[in-house]
Design a protein around this ligand. Structure first.
Ligand SMILES: [Zn+2]
Ligand SMILES: [Zn+2]
Length: 320
């Protein structure tokens, strides 16, 4: 069963994917992230026959750097066309595509240890996959994300990204897209304002700004956004990609020093199909975590102000 049901009161969606419960969960101890045994890892170089067939691989088996294949436990499936609709509720069949990009053949290498050039290649492959997903007519929304560390939901230790093509637009993306009307992009306005203020700027490059969002949900939450209005992550050119790779690398050095074995997510936020947007990357460190209050209210309690977080990323001394 793969089905997306909508909460009639809030518009929030839940994706039911019962086959996902069968997937392997490698982390026995929550803190064990480094130097784990790779004997049973389907993502390691040399284990190519353990996964579904690659849709992209940049070298022969056992000698590649990047490898993309359909997720063995997909949250949405291409052959899922039916959904037993109940008249009172809104639901959609979970028809879509779910791929995995393994971005290193090395079992223990993490993204913060990649070279800038390697991160650039990762971004290029993600852009190619996004463009491929967009060409499929049932895809309304593409979510690219990476879970780093067990506290951020990583179930297989070996570094990887997930790319999901959904038949519906999740509420958060739809709400963000609503803030762009014609020439008037609220995201562009925010970037202009933040540049003037300066206090929430973590870093700036030729093409990108790294900001700690004014009302971010997570301690040290960081957004990397193109300074010029750009609708789609897939539109980024070579110079912009080079620039972003360097910025991402620099920021990840700081994220991973927040605490030992810090968990975090990297999410590429892109627009719904045929809708204007201002794409950006959200880095969401998992420090502290959320509990009853957050789940009940959708209002996050955050122990670090965005202004303080930006100062940390700029490398300034922070006075308690
Ligand atoms: Zn591995
Ligand atoms: Zn914009």
């Amino acid at each position: 069963m793969s089905e997306i049901r909508t909460n009639p009161f809030t518009g929030e969606m839940t994706l039911y994917a019962e086959n996902r419960k069968n997937r392997p969960y490698e982390f026995v101890h929550k803190t064990q992230t480094k130097n784990t045994d790779n004997q049973n890892c389907p993502f390691c170089g040399g284990h190519e026959t353990w996964t579904t067939d690659a849709v992209y691989q940049d070298g022969p088996d056992g000698a590649w750097q990047m490898r993309v294949f359909p997720n063995m436990f997909p949250a949405v499936k291409e052959d899922c066309t039916k959904c037993e609709k109940e008249p009172f509720y809104e639901a959609a069949a979970g028809k879509g595509r779910h791929e995995v990009l393994v971005d290193t053949p090395d079992h223990n290498e993490t993204i913060d240890e990649f070279s800038v050039e390697h991160i650039e290649k990762v971004l290029q492959v993600l852009q190619d996959r996004l463009n491929h997903f967009r060409s499929r007519k049932h895809t309304q929304y593409v979510q690219i994300f990476k879970n780093c560390g067990p506290s951020a939901g990583m179930s297989v230790r070996h570094s990887h990204w997930q790319i999901t093509g959904l038949p519906v637009v999740p509420r958060r993306a739809a709400l963000m897209a609503d803030t762009i009307q014609g020439e008037n992009c609220l995201f562009c306005q925010m970037l202009t304002y933040e540049k003037e203020q300066g206090k929430r700027i973590a870093a700036e490059t030729e093409h990108f700004l790294a900001v700690t969002p004014y009302a971010g949900r997570f301690p040290y939450e960081l957004w990397l956004a193109p300074k010029a209005h750009q609708r789609d992550f897939g539109d980024m050119n070579d110079a912009e990609r080079k620039d972003l790779a360097k910025l991402l690398w620099e920021m990840l050095q700081k994220v991973t020093k927040l605490k030992e074995d810090v968990g975090y997510n990297i999410c590429v936020m892109d627009g719904p199909r045929n809708t204007d947007f201002h794409w950006h990357i959200e880095i969401l460190p998992r420090i502290g975590g959320f509990a009853g209050f957050e789940y009940a209210t959708d209002c996050f309690i955050c122990m670090v102000s965005p202004e303080r977080a930006a100062a940390y990323y700029r490398g300034e001394e922070i006075n308690e």
